[in-house]
Write a protein that binds this ligand. Structure first.
Ligand SMILES: [Zn+2]
Length: 292
């Protein structure tokens, strides 16, 4: 791979399904089934050899219930019924791996949709990293418009701004022709281990993450650049009903095409969307390090 990652520290990756919601499949995948399907919500636990335990997104948390109790936010939970069993909470899944919520040193936020940031309030010591334009939109949107963009500002800790670092301030790296059309990324720790890659279209400034895992596999955590592996493999867009949720429909389509292009050039690349059950269950468990 012509990226800074060739000699970079490897990242131990554990994919956690932290709650799920239910939707008819056809909303997320044109031509999909009419019956309701389960969409797991991903939080990726990332163990950096010297930086410690990080998360890429948090999945759902009980704060989602509180934030969607009043109107008009209550509409969100009606449209998107969410389930989070106690054994699936971030706290319990981390505890089973010997990690406390207070051990998480940083959350890399793909984007601000509620199902990706609902657990931030549970992480007392974590700093946060996101792309600047993703955060800037919050100040522009009123309560109602935020809701129509799946944003629930009440989920963010009061000191969110003080704990926030912008990915854009990290060293810029050219990714090279293998990664076209994704031209550049931000080398978050300056060691090539975690490279933030803009994946435009879905939200204001969605942040994907490139890394090599403990099995030396190249991994692209792709958040909601697509909602399933079938979507990027078969180039199937969501229903037009999902269009109002998208920041830029045409950019979303270009990003979806980009995922297929990079996968065709790199057959060993693992593309991990945040809500694809098949991808999450097919991802090999950690072979060493902390207990499963
Ligand atoms: Zn989203």
């Amino acid at each position: 791979m012509t990226t800074p990652m060739n000699t970079a520290p490897r990242i131990e990756v554990h994919l956690l399904q932290v709650g799920h919601c239910r939707h008819p499949e056809w909303i997320t995948l044109r031509g999909g089934r009419w019956s309701a399907a389960e969409f797991p919500s991903l939080s990726a636990l990332l163990i950096h050899p010297s930086r410690g335990a990080l998360l890429y997104d948090t999945g759902y948390a009980t704060h989602f219930d509180a934030a969607t109790r009043p109107f008009p936010e209550r509409l969100y939970r009606w449209i998107t019924p969410v389930q989070l069993a106690p054994e699936h909470t971030l706290a319990q899944q981390l505890a089973r791996r010997g990690i406390a919520l207070s051990d998480i040193v940083r959350v890399l936020i793909s984007h601000l949709h509620a199902d990706h940031v609902a657990g931030l309030r549970d992480l007392p010591r974590a700093r946060f990293t996101a792309l600047r334009a993703e955060i800037a939109q919050l100040a522009r949107l009123g309560r109602l418009r935020a809701l129509t963009h799946a944003l629930l500002p009440a989920l963010l800790p009061e000191d969110f701004a003080e704990r926030l670092d912008y990915a854009d301030d990290a060293p810029l790296r050219e990714l090279g022709p293998l990664w076209s059309p994704f031209a550049h990324g931000f080398d978050l720790f300056g060691d090539g281990s975690l490279v933030a890659v803009p994946l435009p279209g879905h939200s204001s400034a969605q942040m994907g993450l490139l890394l090599r895992d403990q099995h030396d596999r190249p991994v692209l955590l792709a958040a909601d650049a697509c909602w399933s592996a079938r979507a990027w493999r078969e180039q199937r867009m969501p229903s037009l009903l999902a269009r109002p949720l998208m920041h830029d429909w045409h950019a979303y389509r270009a990003t979806l095409a980009g995922l297929l292009a990079v996968a065709q050039r790199q057959p060993d690349l693992l593309i991990v969307p945040s809500h694809c059950g098949a991808t999450l269950t097919g991802f090999a468990p950690a072979a060493h390090g902390i207990a499963a």
